[in-house]
Design a protein around this ligand. Sequence first.
Ligand SMILES: C[S@@+](CC[C@H](N)C(=O)[O-])C[C@H]1O[C@@H](n2cnc3c(N)ncnc32)[C@H](O)[C@@H]1O
Length: 448
Amino acid sequence: MSTPAEIRAQAAMFVMQVADEGRSLDALLENRSDAPQERGLLRSLSYGSVRWYWRLLAVLKKLCSQSTEDLQPEVRALALVGLYQLLHTDIAAHAAVAETVEAARVLKLHRATGLLNAILRRCQRESELLSTGVDTQISARYAHPQWLVTQLQKDWPSRAEQILEANNQHPPFWLRVNARHHDRDQYRALLAAQGISSTVSEYAPEAVLLEQAVEVFSLPGFKEGWVSVQDAAAQLAAHLLATQPNQRVLDACAAPGGKTCHILELQPNITELVALDVSGERMKRVRGNLKRMELDASLIVGSAADPAAWWDGVPFDRILLDVPCSATGVIRRHPDIKLLRRAEDITHLSMRQADMLNKIWPLLVPGGRLVYASCSSLRIENAAVISAFLESHDDAQDITTEATARFGHVMASMNEPSLPGEQQVGWAIPAGTDGMDGFYYACLQKRG
Ligand SMILES: C[S@@+](CC[C@H](N)C(=O)[O-])C[C@H]1O[C@@H](n2cnc3c(N)ncnc32)[C@H](O)[C@@H]1O
């Protein structure tokens, strides 16, 4: 059993490892054997402190006579965990202060206890004044790095604040009902019989939103593949692909296989689904998901940017290119993205995305459809990639509007006006729309 101070000490170490060493918080919290109650507190302190990091740092700057850069990283992280408790939780202030100062002793930071005590007590006294002070800065108010705020404001002139706010919400728990076993209403009835309340998505026909998170193995038929965990926005990919019987399909960035399984659930009569991913390690998860769902695909470990190394020369009727991206559309699920991504990463990512699209396009049969997908909220990874691609490929046609006709009434209203020199292409879904992650889709058809 860990003490409350030890849990705070561990949370501070995680915050430091994310902020100063670039580690992933999910990975740090994976495979730990904490008791359930400790696990809950450790997760909420770690995720919360990381989610609000940029705001907490702004407050800390106001409370420190020295530069926060000069603080020992462990002390800075512990101060942020303390401030998180005082400003963003209902943990009793006296306990938050006492346990955080005690955590400094756990970490053998004896000389920092006085400083931490002073910082946290002043925050306790002046919390309203401090909050009002830092919140005049939009990057502090919504706890995002300045470069990302600037980019979102440029890309989403009328929706930036809505997106910034959505990025700080606790992520909802979406399920995808396996159409091979039940329709959505049948499965909701099974949930209701277990006392689990749910609602549905306006957009994704198999998507069910649980009112409260549950342990997945307690869901009816989870082991048997009746249902999977997947955000509703991600569930649109297989529908936009609109695979027909006897078609050959390529899922070009497949791992962990959520969309691979969905494509197969919706269209049992395809000739073959090739699931490609560059990571052999991540491909194991595709295999595991297919096994649980009792589905079949041909798995290839290889790069979408190097088809010569693995393609058998038989063209594909449908290609899903779900590119690696900044993941800025899923910040509410992975708040560490706000600390891990740098402005310069985005240009590099968009070049990789464009390269993959260019290399994979020749594998599509004339008349075939390619769906480009990303969970980025940034135009440079989305419309800019597609717009440049269309400029240089006469045989490519943007058919997103017709492919999304079923969602048409809402789709048109979501896109922002195009920027000078850039076409309005694809469907950019702002994070938080109908409870969905931020996503981007473009449906391209090869002229035949
Ligand atoms: C957004 S994830 C795909 C999610 C997946 N489609 C799903 O729904 O579960 C992007 C994937 O692209 C893979 N990837 C990155 N570079 C690649 C490349 N050059 N070729 C193929 N896959 C790549 C990554 O390993 C990662 O699994």
